[in-house]
Every structure is written in structure tokens, then in C-alpha cells.
Design a protein around this ligand. Structure first.
Ligand SMILES: [Zn+2]
Length: 147
């Protein structure tokens, strides 16, 4: 097995016209979702029409940034840009507003003993190139404590 000491950077997202407001939100330190003006549902991932009722009346709203750990997997495989950072936690976060979002957990060891399903989480933002990516940490925890 080859271990890379330095390699490619982690890939950064490329905004599209539909996702641009989402990424503007992360730059501003806000987790924003679309909300339907017809049925009121929050929508993630960004799109042009509401998946619940089909309306095109989606507008952007700031969320609480809070959620709960719905599911996770601990990855021991270094994807490009992740050399030296395994293991890490890939999580599905149940957002307070309803949608689920895939992200990474930070500020907590990548160890099932520290990862309890339904544990409260809160969003933090980490730079990725020119972009800011939403990650989640245990609510109230110091993000750097477990790094
Ligand atoms: Zn709707």
C-alpha cells in the first residue's frame, strides 16, 4: 500500500446557477436551504422545482445549522486529497428543518465509541480552495478538540 505524504488537494465544489446562493451562504457562514413558497417544505439539494409539490416557488432561507446524526460510516480509504487524514467520518445529518445532508463530522474521533446515532450536531465551515464547505461537529463541542 502506498501512502502519499502530499498529493492533490481535496476537490472543491463548482457552483452552478442553481447552487450559487447555497455557496454564497457558506461563504457568509450560513447554512441556507431552499424553502417552497407553496407547501412550505425545506429542500436540499438545491434545485429548480419543489420535490414535494412541483412548484417553482423556491426561495433561499437561513437554517439553524443544527441537526442530528442520522447515519455514518468511518472511511479508512484516503480519497484524493485526504492522504494522512484517515480515518474520517462521512455522516448523514438529519437537519432540524427536515432534509438530510451528507457531510463530514469534525471535532470528534472517528470511533464508534464517540459516535452515537441521533447525537445533536451543529454546522461549522471549513475552507476548500476558494470555497467554504459545511461540516458538522457535536453540538457545543470545540471543533479543534479532537483533531
Ligand atoms: Zn412545495
Amino acid at each position: 500500500m502506498t501512502t502519499l505524504k502530499s498529493g492533490p488537494a481535496k476537490p472543491a465544489p463548482v457552483p452552478t446557477p442553481v447552487t450559487q446562493p447555497y455557496w454564497e451562504g457558506t461563504q457568509a457562514g450560513e447554512l441556507r436551504l431552499q424553502q417552497c413558497g407553496c407547501c412550505g417544505k425545506h429542500v436540499f439539494y438545491p434545485r429548480s422545482h419543489c420535490p414535494a409539490c412541483g412548484a417553482d416557488a423556491l426561495s433561499w432561507v437561513r437554517t439553524s445549522g443544527r441537526g442530528r446524526l442520522h447515519s455514518y460510516v468511518i472511511s479508512h480509504v484516503a480519497m484524493p486529497g485526504w492522504a494522512g487524514q484517515t480515518p474520517y467520518v462521512i455522516a448523514v445529518v438529519q437537519l432540524e428543518e427536515g432534509p438530510r445532508m451528507m457531510s463530514n463530522l469534525v471535532g470528534v474521533p472517528a470511533d464508534p465509541a464517540h459516535l452515537e446515532l441521533d447525537m445533536p450536531l451543529e454546522v461549522v465551515f471549513e475552507p476548500r480552495g476558494e470555497m467554504m464547505l459545511p461540516m458538522f461537529k457535536p453540538a457545543g463541542a470545540n471543533q479543534e478538540a479532537a483533531r
